[in-house]
Design a binder for this molecule. Structure first.
Ligand code: CMC
Length: 378
């Protein structure tokens, strides 16, 4: 057997062959099935992009309408799932609530027919349709309210914002939210996608695949960074405090949240689009002082860390966009999950097409031939 060099974090080691998305980290390019994200952000919708990722081609008009129809009419969650979620502690993090709820779907849809295209489609539709409903339901129930029923006359993003805020969203906000979902839907072999593929490779059900990926996405080095960015901007408080704050972090060798990426060595193209969306929201709904702090921060960090290729990543401006829409900070990562579920499902489908269970090796660096010491002699 060939012995490979050990790379912590598997940096640079291919874990799969995939035709779903492509990143050029030097040029700052991200493509879904070969199409640049900037073009999809401008011309597509989240559900159309999800279809593209999962089935490999842009849908025809009829295919898209049929897909949208199916997702629209599967948005309701079972009463027993809602009742289960009611028992969750309101102090719990919404990502934990989402992970538990996604796993619970597997209890209700336990059939595992992985070679049947109809089963694959039903699972994709059910997960895309119900994950936003579960995120919104937990948000309302933890405030002591009953969840609101999905509205069939609203599209995917408008319906989510309606369920979350109990009122019909502004059209620009709903459009911008949909673009945010497009920007977060897929990103090659990141930690949660890897987790999804490992789980998929055991031939378990797609609910377990999504639940394991949600658990992985929640950490502050991955999707959880967007929450921490807002906390950081609030802590900084003013433009004048940015430089000393950054200096202090760097002296302590702490990471600056929302900056840096394993693959991008230039500004993340998603951050550029998100920054533009934030500006559109500020133009309509009023300026945000945290944006001035963020701009100063981008400049100061570039001065100090551009030599290491550290620039804003997707999480730097997304929080400002969601914050301006009135979305609570601890829902930022669940919203990331609402988008990313389509990417995980594309990888689930791709993994099943040529499956081999993940079973890497390890380099054992422990001891050998140690005698067992009875407990009273330790
Ligand atoms: N702030 C300050 N220095 C940094 C940062 C940062 N955010 N990111 C990397 N560096 C430095 C790091 O200290 C190291 O310097 P040196 O070589 O002198 O020791 C060098 O850059 C390489 O860093 P690394 O930690 O080896 O890089 P990595 O590829 O393992 O880490 C990362 C990538 C995203 C985990 C890291 O940049 C980070 O922790 N960023 C902050 C958290 C964050 O914003 N996460 C969201 C990532 S994008 C969305 C997602 O994946 O969900």
């Amino acid at each position: 057997m060939m012995v490979c060099e050990y790379k912590p974090g598997l940096e640079g080691i291919p874990a799969a062959q995939s035709s779903i998305s492509h990143v050029d980290g030097q040029k700052g390019i991200l493509e879904y099935r070969g199409i640049r994200i900037e073009e999809l952000a401008e011309k597509s919708s989240f559900l159309e992009t999800a279809y593209l990722l999962i089935w490999g081609e842009l849908p025809s008009k009829e295919e898209l309408e049929a897909f949208e129809y199916e997702v629209r009419y599967h948005r309701r969650i079972k009463y027993r799932i809602r009742d289960m979620m009611k028992c969750f502690p309101e102090s719990g993090h919404p990502m934990d609530a989402l992970q538990a709820s996604a796993a619970a779907l597997g209890l209700f849809y336990s059939r595992r027919d992985l070679h049947n295209p109809a089963y694959i489609r039903d699972s994709v539709v059910r997960l895309l349709a119900t994950i936003p409903t579960m995120v919104a339901a937990f948000q309302l129930m933890r405030k002591g309210n009953d969840p609101v029923r999905p509205r069939d006359d609203l599209d995917y993003s408008a319906n989510f914002l309606y369920m979350l805020n109990e009122k019909e969203p502004d059209a620009l906000a709903a459009k911008i939210f949909d673009i945010c979902l497009i920007l977060h839907v897929e990103h090659t072999m990141n930690a949660s996608t890897f987790s999804a593929r490992v789980t998929a490779s055991t031939l378990t059900d797609p609910y377990a695949v999504v639940a394991s990926a949600v658990g992985t996405l929640g950490g502050p080095l991955h999707g959880g960074a967007n929450e921490e960015v807002i906390q950081m901007l609030e802590e900084i408080g003013s433009v004048e405090n940015v430089r000393p704050y950054v200096d202090n972090l760097l002296q302590r060798k702490a990471k600056i949240m929302g900056f840096g990426h394993r693959v991008y060595k230039v500004k993340d193209p998603r951050a550029t689009v998100l920054q533009n969306l934030a500006e559109q929201l500020f133009a309509k709904f009023g300026h945000d002082k945290y944006y001035d702090i963020a701009l100063e921060m981008e400049q100061v960090v570039a001065e100090k860390l551009s030599g290491k290729g550290i620039y804003p990543n997707v999480d730097f401006y997304s929080g400002l966009v969601y914050g301006k829409m009135g979305i609570p900070t601890d829902l930022f990562t669940p919203i990331f999950a609402i988008a990313r579920v389509a990417g995980w499902l594309a990888h689930w489908k791709e993994q099943l097409a040529e499956n081999r269970i993940f079973r890497p090796t390890q380099i054992y660096n422990g001891r050998h031939e140690i005698p067992y010491i009875p407990i009273d002699q330790r």
